[in-house]
Ligand binder design. Structure first.
Ligand SMILES: O=P(O)(O)OC[C@H]1O[C@H](O[C@H]2O[C@H](CO)[C@@H](O)[C@H](O)[C@H]2O)[C@H](O)[C@@H](O)[C@@H]1O
Length: 272
């Protein structure tokens, strides 16, 4: 895992494919990894994601190799991250940086304001008008998804759910909108992925290490900016234009190769 050569320091670009591939994970990395769209390929709904074979084991090896300086940084809540990556328990920031839990510690879920419960219940009524749309209840955040709406209705569903969320957030002063991939979320505004990464970097075993962060979505941009300021390695996954990231990987499969996750064995034909 030694750094292959001196990493170039490319400028942010609107064309992700023009960005170089990241160097090998340095031995002195503090490694921060987004989950959906980065470690895990997108699935039709939040509950349908699959953790690829070998991923958890490889993350565990990296976690040990980096003396524990590896954290998941996700829009999911920490309890869901633990369930997805079980039996491993990684350092984790959840709800886009609002929750933060170190390995070996017990996390405290963020508080749910009564106003959010009312918004969640109203959102459940709104999504009924768009078959395939759904509300994901994450405790202190809610996500309104439309990936499963059929193609003819997708655009209208996205516009309607955006409009609903924009109206609802005006009644929640501590909240902000968080747009994402076929999703609009309402989440607490006091933290983001950048502040979560900086908080990890202020503590052992992350302190003094070189930050490396891979992610795909708009919620990852504050993380890229924090890592860039510190001279770290920011990696956009996928082809979203306008990112501050300085390196590029095309897909979760490419992320797995970069991390050294073993390739799945080819399917064997069953002998007759
Ligand atoms: O920060 P992340 O780990 O990337 O989490 C961002 C959101 O990811 C999830 O939604 C996305 O993935 C779903 C499963 O593949 C997909 O169905 C959905 O369309 C995507 O937007 C998750 O459900 C959200 O809670 C996260 O905030």
């Amino acid at each position: 895992m030694r750094q292959s050569s001196e990493a170039p320091t490319p400028r942010p670009s609107a064309a992700p494919a023009a960005l170089p591939a990241p160097p090998t994970v340095p031995d002195d990395a503090a490694l921060f990894l987004d989950v959906d769209g980065c470690l895990l390929p997108f699935a039709p709904s939040p509950d349908a994601v699959q953790v690829p074979p070998g991923l958890v084991e490889r993350l565990h090896v990296l976690h040990t190799h980096l003396d524990g300086a590896l954290a998941l940084v996700s829009g999911r809540n920490v309890a869901t991250l633990d369930a997805l990556f079980a039996p491993a328990v990684f350092n984790a920031a959840g709800l886009h940086g609002v929750e933060r839990r170190r390995t070996g510690q017990t996390g405290t879920p963020a508080e749910v304001p009564p106003g959010l419960v009312r918004v969640r219940d109203a959102a459940r009524v709104i999504v009924d008008a768009y078959p395939g749309a759904l509300v994901e209840d994450k405790g202190a955040a809610i996500a309104l998804h439309w990936r499963m709406v059929d193609d003819a209705g997708k655009r209208a569903a996205g516009i309607a759910l955006h409009a609903f969320a924009a109206g609802a957030v005006t009644g929640l002063p501590e909240y902000q909108l968080q747009p994402g991939d076929h999703v609009i979320e309402l989440r607490p505004r006091h933290a983001d992925k950048g502040s979560a990464i900086l908080a990890f970097l202020a503590e052992a075993p992350f302190a003094g290490r070189r930050p490396v962060f891979a992610g795909d979505d708009l919620t990852d941009e504050p993380g890229f900016e924090a890592v860039n300021i510190l001279g770290g390695i920011s990696i956009l996954v996928g082809d979203r234009p306008g990112s501050a990231a300085r390196f590029h990987l095309s897909s979760p499969d490419a992320v797995h190769r970069w991390l050294g996750v073993p390739a799945p064995l080819p399917l064997q034909e069953t002998p007759r």
